[in-house]
Design a protein around this ligand. Structure first.
Ligand code: M6R
Length: 602
């Protein structure tokens, strides 16, 4: 989605803004722009990647500037619609959506706008108030009081050459604190090369930033305390290193990221120590139902854990798409329900809106989040678990997924222990978890064998991913990955559902990926699915810990890592299949078309 970067200091702003925009590319965007503030404000824009910007056209000596990557919502991806937008004395970049922009246009007498964006209306509104109040902070305060919707903005004006003003409501803004220079960004990856000291702007806060100072104000313009936090991100994490894509790098980082999510939390004696969840013993005892909410891959991680948590805790566990949860009206039981919000970015608009709805309805809420200090992480009522997976740059989520599953398994074992359930079970979960990083490393060693088969599969344009039990959500995640990165039409189904309709699609041009489980009974049931597909002329890739079945056309064998974690080994294979096919098709692996890393619009 859209990204913001800004700089104020003594170095040429344009270089810093440009490299910040490149850091933000992973979020997904369709156009870019930079404004430098020297004697005058100069703006450059381009449709397409950052390298289309002609840097010679901005002021090389300017030491203040703002930049933006845009993912279109209002108006097409054109240079005119790209940010920064200038109106009168105001130049701004904006993330989010102003819902009442038509109404605001009328309020200020239908200003003559160049673009079709809600953001330019916001610039005009700030300019309107600036003209009457002659005070930029007051003008911004009045404008954002009028605006409905979400915003994260950075504003410059030629009246104040060494200053950027930022404000947020619902769309993140982080201020990077440097030595005689300061930065602003929509996420810390854009500034991590320059500083590890950051201030997270809160909703309805305004920040006034100069090279030597950061002042924060609330919506009554009272001064607010500035609290500086230290990032644990390392800028090396932002380089591909030996890998050809971030997707590949992040798939191969999983042994490390899985180790990180468990570090200090899982003991070899079966103990699980989680400092993040703020749940008292009596609150833990009272949990009778767990509701897991997320979008996309985060949702599928929750779906995987659902099967295991039901087994571990004997409770009712349901999984909801965040985009649907808000519109459901079923009775909730706040006393006995814990809602867990899953998000890599911690900023996904649907997940955040569901969190607010769950809190409004009195539920206890917890987060399983990768991005430290993100909005969801800060708004949950009962803490949660950070994944510590490091920055995930590829739009398609891989390492965050496996860490989310592990975080939920740890949480299940933690609750089981606190609720006094069978200690041998928590020991078994802990042992499987501790062995998992190594099991994943071994699975990754099979890459060349997987590549060989995947190359043969790339001729199929229509796929099914099939599994039962935990392998059904693994099939869902595999199918999403293939669709979003390799642009292949695919759907995931519980194997048993095939005969209820979808089997009608099977023909000799169709491929089914059948995930065969360890469990003897379920294995046999899946063999019937294999036979049914073969009888209709379909092609089948089987993946299992046993040798190839005669009927299967292609087969990949994997190691059995244990009942709780085995799905993650299948998942590694599916990740590698997608990577191999997208590579063969020469696609833009890290930035698939039409997608954004962090979806901050509903
Ligand atoms: O940042 P989040 O985990 O909240 O993001 C949720 C989804 O948007 C995300 O998982 C999306 O489905 C990815 N493209 C999957 O690879």
């Amino acid at each position: 989605m859209c990204g913001i970067i800004g700089y104020v200091g003594s170095r040429p702003a344009k270089e810093i803004i440009y490299s910040g925009l490149q850091r933000l590319e992973y979020r997904g965007y369709d156009s870019v722009g930079i404004a430098t503030l020297g004697k005058k404000i100069k703006i450059i824009k381009a449709v397409g990647p950052t390298n289309k910007l002609d840097l010679d056209l901005v002021d090389a000596t300017a030491t203040t500037g703002i930049g933006h990557t845009r993912w279109s919502t209002h108006g097409k991806p054109t240079e005119t619609n790209a940010h920064p937008h200038s109106y009168g004395l105001i130049t701004l970049v904006h993330n989010g959506i102003i819902d009442n922009y038509q109404e605001l246009k009328e309020k200020i007498g239908q200003p003559k706008l160049k673009s079709q964006t809600d953001s330019e209306v916001l610039a005009a509104l700030i300019d309107h108030y600036y003209n009457s109040k002659n005070n930029l902070i007051e003008a911004i305060r009045l404008a954002i009081s009028d605006a409905r919707g979400t915003l994260g903005i950075a504003v410059i004006t030629k009246d104040h050459p060494n200053q950027i003003v930022v404000a947020r409501r619902g769309s993140p803004i982080v201020i990077g604190v440097g030595d005689k220079q300061n930065f602003v960004a929509s996420d810390s990856s854009a500034i991590v090369d320059h500083t590890s000291k950051v201030i997270y702007l809160r909703d309805d806060q305004i920040g006034l930033i100069t090279p030597n100072s950061v002042e924060l104000f609330d919506m009554k313009l009272n001064s607010q305390e500035v609290s500086i936090e230290t990032l644990d991100n390392n800028s090396e994490l932002l380089d591909k290193g030996q890998y050809s894509s971030f997707l590949e790098k992040e798939i191969f980082e999983q042994p490390t990221s899985l180790g990180n999510v468990m570090r200090g939390r899982v003991g070899s004696d079966g103990s699980i120590v989680l400092g993040g969840p703020n749940l008292s013993q009596s609150e833990i005892q009272s949990i009778k139902r767990i509701l897991i909410i997320g979008c996309g891959t985060a949702y599928y991680a929750g779906y995987y854990a659902r099967y295991e948590l039901e087994k571990i805790l004997g409770l009712q566990v349901t999984v909801e798409h965040a985009s649907e949860f808000r519109y459901r009206h079923g009775a909730l039981e706040p006393e006995s329900t814990l809602a867990i919000f899953m998000s890599q970015s911690g900023e996904t608009a649907d997940t955040l809106a569901s969190l607010r709805e769950a809190k409004r309805r009195g539920l206890k809420t917890m987060g399983i989040i990768n991005t430290v200090g993100s909005t969801i992480a800060r708004e949950v009522s009962h803490g949660g678990i950070y994944l510590h997976a490091g920055i995930e740059s590829s739009v398609a989520s891989t390492k965050a997924y496996s860490s989310m599953v592990v975080a939920l398994l740890m949480f299940g074992a933690f609750v089981a222990y606190k609720q006094g359930r069978d200690a041998s079970m928590t020991r078994k979960i802990a042992q499987e978890l501790l062995a998992l990083p190594n099991e994943v490393s071994l699975a990754l060693e099979n890459k060349s064998q997987i590549d060989k088969i995947a190359r043969k599969l790339s001729k199929y344009d229509n796929w099914f991913f099939l599994g039962r039990g935990t392998l059904y959500p693994v099939a869902q995640e595999g199918s999403l990955k293939l669709a979003e990165v390799a642009y292949i039409n695919s759907q995931a189904l519980p194997s048993g559902e095939m005969k209820h309709g979808p089997i009608a699609l099977v023909d000799k041009k169709h491929l089914s990926v059948l995930l065969l489980p360890e469990d003897q009974l379920l294995y046999k049931k899946n063999l019937s699915t294999l036979e049914e597909i073969k009888a209709r002329g379909g092609n089948v890739l089987t993946i299992s810990s046993r040798p190839k079945e005669k009927l299967s056309d292609f087969h990949l064998e994997l190691a059995y890592s244990g009942e709780y974690t085995n799905g993650l080994i299948y998942n590694v294979y599916l990740q590698l299949i997608t990577l191999a096919i997208a590579t063969k098709k020469s696609l833009n692996i890290d930035r698939p078309r039409n997608l954004a890393k962090s979806v901050t619009v509903e």
